[in-house]
Design a protein around this ligand. Structure first.
Ligand code: SAM
Length: 200
């Protein structure tokens, strides 16, 4: 699988190409959690978001379907006793309804055949009063971002859709989810986080 094959170089490429954006967006997402929160992260990859989140929350279950990516994430978070890693598909999470205060799914929604299934699953496991955070690279926003996405895709990333800011907003409307706010980290490959609140 593509993600297992590239797991050893993913961070290196991400840091060189998009370090500034990644630092800003991961710290922003982490800032939305606190020490009362039990957090689920879907598609955690190498743990770029997992570590800053784990440093703030009560507990984190970080999941991905690629064991190579999970192994990298586990290494990165080895000093965080409040994190556990599990293999899980975002479209079939296997947790009870309303189990988590915050659910994060970063840079994965554009890769899925059936994003609605993933959104419905994330919604199901989020508690009432909880928050769903979905940051995604807005790679149609500039020529360099489009080119980088093309290269990633040629290597086998398998993007199912690409967004600019406007089409990202439209995507959630079409899926039937009301986003309460968006936060974008600008840079080479901007990343836009959609924040969805599940009311009590
Ligand atoms: C671009 S990486 C993003 C990783 C991490 N969230 C980040 O932002 O650095 C995409 C990740 O999504 C995972 N992934 C793709 N489809 C998935 C699925 N259906 N269920 C769980 N993980 C999935 C891949 O294994 C990979 O680790």
């Amino acid at each position: 699988m593509f993600w297992n094959k590239i797991s050893g170089v993913y961070d290196f490429v991400e840091n060189i190409f998009n370090g500034k954006v990644n630092k800003e967006i991961t710290l922003y997402v982490a800032s939305l959690t606190d020490d009362n929160d039990d957090v689920l992260e879907c598609a955690c990859g190498t743990g770029m978001f997992s570590l800053p989140i784990a440093r703030r929350c009560r507990s984190l279950i970080a999941t991905d379907f690629a064991v190579g990516m999970l192994a990298q994430a586990q290494k990165k978070c080895r000093h965080q006793p409040n994190v556990i890693f599990k293999k899980a598909d975002i479209t079939s999470l296997g947790y009870a309804d309303e189990s988590f205060d915050k659910v994060v799914a970063a840079n994965v929604i554009h890769l899925l055949d059936d994003p609605r299934k993933a959104l419905d699953e994330i919604w199901r496991v989020c508690r009432r009063g909880g928050v769903i955070i979905i940051p995604t690279y807005i790679n149609k926003s500039s020529k360099s971002a489009s080119l980088a996405a093309k290269v990633f895709n040629m290597l086998g990333a398998g993007f199912k859709r690409e967004f600019d800011e406007e089409s990202y907003h439209e995507f959630f409307k079409q899926m039937g989810y009301a986003v309460s706010e968006y936060h974008t980290a600008d840079g080479r490959m901007p990343c836009c986080a959609a924040i969805i609140r599940k009311m009590k």
